[in-house]
Each structure stands twice: as structure tokens, then as C-alpha cells.
Design a protein around this ligand. Structure first.
Ligand code: HPA
Ligand code: ZN
Length: 346
């Protein structure tokens, strides 16, 4: 099945926000090898092709093992800048005008990399993106849920000198067996600091994890959340409270959350009135950046230009931009549709 070329073009060119991208998951094999050479890090793969050949995952954990190995080449400030700058240039090609970017400090501090190198390098790339690409990029610090809450609390303390450099905190890594409530105290501290709160929930884990992300952590957005369809009461709440879901279709296929993109529930989430968005998660590992996620999902599910508008608009509404910034982003979107001669859906 191929997509109408005009719709494919719309999906590529429409202004959009990306709200679920792990910056370490944007490390392409070529950059992994270049950084390994620059830093004298030995990799367990002889070349780019054999590394890429290992990207065949059976579940979240099988991916995370390779993802953390890939991040081992990141050592100095310049590495974090180069990684984020490469992503932001790709974001520009997809007409992403706003990006809220996850980073995993514990993946680096556990190897002895100072958190300042991580945050300085990422911040420098985000500042450059604003000046040179016109992209509003901000950072969300994620805690690794397979580690202890004490480790997360320590990480938040280490990040405090950089409090103005990130807009929120999130929760990622191995989900099942590590429910949100394990991180109640560190999320309470982040909340008291005025940080935004998000959490991965309902990717592989049950709907109960989404409830506790909302009720215990006070998450404002749910990352993934696709398991919510198993719980009608939860669906009703997500719709009524307009709690956004940052859905990542190609990730869900690569990690075997759904067998096939045609079975993905994105259309059901939209039909139920949820503020669903499309995102790339770890694009270097999952076969595509944001526009590719849109194009493959629209092809598989038979979605149309009205869905495209709804998803782009949801991405702006779900962002942590100010009300004025959101209105400006949506005006840019509306103008894009008007210029394309497309009606703006109600
Ligand atoms: N889920 C959980 N943790 C992650 C992911 C994901 O999809 N990507 C990077 N860390
Ligand atoms: Zn994710």
C-alpha cells in the first residue's frame, strides 16, 4: 500500500512538535563509531553494519541492552552537543518547530561522566537550534526506573545547579516490575521545584501503571500509554482530563508491542477523543524519524489530512509551551493548511 503523495508531503512538511524523543536513541551507528574512535572506546561490534544488524528486538529490554551499550561512547561535552545537534538538524528536515527532548543522566554519571558535561552539551545544541534552525528545543531529565529511587534522588540533587536548563522530569527504562509509585518521593521533590512531570506508562506495563503515574506521580503527560485501551474507565479519564499520550508507532512495532502497524491502536485513541500525539522515541534504532512515523502509520491505518491536522495540533497543545506560544504554534499550523488549500477541521 502506498500513500497519496500529497498526503505524504503534508505529513513531512506540516509544522509539528516532538514530545517523546530520547536523545541517546538518536545516536546513529555512524556517529557511535565516529565517537568511539574519537574517544578511544572499544565497541563489541566490528563495524556499522554489524551493529545495525543487531537491531532486531523482541521486547523493550532487548532494545535497552543495546541502547545503553551505544551510549557508552559519550564521554565529553562535545559528544552530547554533537548527538543533539545531529537530531535537531533531522528535526528541522521534518519541520519540527518545537522539541521536548529526554535525556538519561544516570546512563552517563554511572560511567563517571559529570552531569555538567551532559547538560552543557545538550543545552549548547538546543541554544544553537533556536538561533540557527528556529526550533524551540528544551530538555526533560529522565530517571531510569530499573535503578533505585535513592539513585534518582541523588541524580535530581546533582542536577539542581542546572535547574533552569531543563523543564521537567520523566521516567523511562525497564517498565514491568518498576511501577511509578517506586518514584513517588523523587517526583514529589521535582513537583515542589516547579518542574513538569511526565512518565512512561502502559508501553508494556498494565493500565494500573498509568493510573499510578497520574495519581501518585501527578504526571501531566503519559509516554506511550497504548495499553490504556484495555481499561475503559481509564480511557474516559484520559479523554475528560485531556491528558496527552505521546505515542510512538514505529517503536511499538520494533519492540513487539503490536505485531503489525495495521493493528496499532492510534486511530482508536483518537476516535475516543484522547489527546494522542505521534513521536519517534529512539529513531536511530526503530527505523525512522518523526515524518517516517507519520507516513508509515498513515499508510497502515488509512488515516487522512484531518487526522494529520489533529495530531499536529495535539502535539502543540500537549507541549509545555506557554499559552501564547501554543497559540502561535497553532497559528503556524493553520497557515500551513490554508496555504495547502486544506480545510481546518473543527
Ligand atoms: N521505553 C522505556 N525506556 C526507554 C525507551 C522506551 O521506549 N526508549 C529509551 N528508553
Ligand atoms: Zn520512550
Amino acid at each position: 500500500m502506498t500513500l497519496d503523495p500529497a498526503l505524504a508531503r503534508l505529513l513531512r512538511t506540516m509544522p509539528k512538535a516532538e514530545l517523546h524523543i530520547h536523545i541517546e536513541g538518536s545516536l546513529e551507528p555512524e556517529l557511535i563509531f565516529a565517537l568511539a574512535e574519537r574517544n578511544g572506546v572499544a565497541l563489541p561490534y566490528p563495524d556499522v553494519d554489524s551493529l545495525r544488524a543487531a537491531y532486531a528486538f523482541s521486547d523493550l529490554q532487548s532494545f535497552l541492552d543495546i541502547y545503553y551499550a551505544g551510549a557508552s561512547v559519550l564521554l565529553v561535552e562535545q559528544d552530547f552537543h554533537d548527538m543533539a545537534w545531529a537530531y535537531l538538524q533531522r528535526a528541522k528536515a521534518d519541520n519540527i518547530i518545537r522539541a521536548e527532548i529526554f535525556f538519561d543522566p544516570q546512563t552517563h554519571t554511572a560511567r563517571g561522566v559529570p552531569i555538567g558535561y551532559v547538560i552543557d552539551g545538550l543545552t549548547r545544541a538546543c541554544d544553537r537550534a533556536r538561533d540557527e534552525l528556529g526550533i524551540h528545543a528544551s530538555l526533560i531529565l529522565c530517571f531510569l526506573r530499573h535503578l533505585s529511587e535513592d539513585d534518582a534522588l541523588q541524580t535530581l540533587q546533582q542536577a539542581l545547579p542546572y535547574r533552569e536548563r531543563f523543564i521537567g522530569v520523566g521516567l523511562d527504562s525497564s517498565e514491568v516490575g518498576h511501577p511509578p509509585e517506586k518514584f513517588a518521593r523523587v517526583f514529589a521533590q521535582a513537583r515542589a521545584l516547579g518542574l513538569h512531570l511526565v512518565a512512561h506508562a502502559g508501553e508494556e506495563g498494565p493500565p494500573e501503571y498509568i493510573w499510578s503515574a497520574l495519581d501518585v506521580l501527578h504526571a501531566e503527560r503519559i509516554d506511550h500509554g497504548v495499553q490504556s485501551v484495555k481499561d475503559p474507565a481509564l480511557m474516559a479519564r484520559l479523554a475528560a482530563e485531556r491528558i496527552p499520550l505521546t505515542v510512538c508507532p514505529l517503536s511499538n512495532i520494533k519492540l513487539c508491542v503490536f505485531d503489525d502497524l495495521r493493528q496499532h491502536n492510534l486511530r482508536d485513541l483518537l476516535d475516543a477523543g484522547l489527546v494522542a500525539t505521534v513521536n519517534s522515541d529512539d529513531p536511530a534504532y526503530f527505523g525512522g524519524y518523526l515524518s517516517q512515523n507519520f507516513i508509515e502509520t498513515f499508510t497502515a491505518l488509512g488515516l487522512d489530512a484531518n487526522h494529520a491536522y489533529r495530531l499536529a495540533r495535539n502535539s502543540f497543545e500537549a507541549s509545555f509551551a506557554s499559552p501564547d506560544e501554543k497559540a502561535a504554534d497553532i497559528a503556524v499550523l493553520d497557515q500551513h493548511f490554508a496555504d495547502a488549500g486544506l480545510p481546518i477541521p473543527a
